[in-house]
Design a protein. Structure first.
Length: 260
């Protein structure tokens, strides 16, 4: 299928995994909304036959929150890039997490700003090279899993574009979860991140994911490898449901006042 992404980009793999999850769940596309911001990852919404909102850089979760409160019965997916989600969108991210609103946030993490020229992102590692870090990045990166957990998300997971079947199953679990779900996906960018950091082409980057990922359930120290899998899956009151109960109570109170 013709697409906008560079050859070897991992975002198409994420799209495929997501569509397979949606198909298995038998979701009605008329009751789904995909809300995206700006960036390579945000172009994913151009390839789905759902309701879509292509919004402002970093503001996808803010728009998605409005849609969910207006139509709580809808299933809402929010694909974002690492910079889109955690740089300009960082404030929206932590507050969506603390509210535990029923959205599925998919952070497509290619460790760079791919669309605008390969600048470093909040998830770029120390010492890694980018157009804004020609001598190596000095900023310490966020851990998206730890950040989401600390902020209050109730489903938190990580996968890679190499582990595509596991990724699809995790996305299915995230969508089914009633609360704020975060799935970080390590997605290769050979055009900028791979080239600037001597990671090779897309195939070599996928092999690196294969060789440097370890299940979160594995016993013992990870030995410097990246943990993947479901880190958190708990139940807490969901914001839109709590809001609906409060709104109904206010309406009933107003009616009672009107009959006096």
């Amino acid at each position: 299928m013709p697409h906008i992404w560079c050859p070897g980009c991992g975002h198409g793999i994420v799209l495929g995994a997501l569509l397979r999850a949606v198909e298995r769940m038998g979701l009605d596309r008329n009751n789904m909304v995909m809300v995206s911001g700006i960036g390579c990852s945000s172009r994913i919404e151009g390839y789905v036959d759902f309701h879509t909102l292509h919004t402002l850089h970093g503001r996808a979760l803010a728009f998605a929150t409005g849609v969910k409160l207006a139509r709580p019965e809808l299933t809402i997916l929010v694909p974002m890039g690492d910079g889109d989600a955690l740089a300009i969108g960082g404030n929206h991210f932590i507050h969506a997490a603390r509210r535990n609103i029923d959205l599925t946030a998919i952070i497509m993490n290619n460790l760079t700003y791919g669309m605008t020229g390969g600048q470093s992102s909040p998830l770029s590692g120390c010492g890694e090279y980018a157009t804004t870090a020609p001598f190596g990045n000095l900023d310490r990166p966020f851990d998206a899993v730890e950040l989401a957990t600390a902020a209050g998300a109730t489903f938190v997971a990580r996968s890679t574009t190499y582990h595509v079947q596991e990724l699809s199953r995790i996305l299915e679990l995230a969508i089914k979860h009633k609360g704020f779900s975060v799935v970080e996906v390590l997605s290769q960018c050979p055009t900028y991140y791979g080239r600037k950091n001597d990671r090779g082409d897309a195939v070599e980057m996928l092999k690196w994911y294969r060789d440097n990922a370890i299940s979160v359930s594995a016993a013992g120290d990870a030995g410097g490898k990246i943990k993947v899998g479901v880190f958190l899956d708990i139940e807490k009151p969901e914001f839109a449901a709590s809001y609906s109960v409060m709104a109904a109570g206010v309406a009933d109170g107003a009616k009672s006042e009107g009959t006096k």
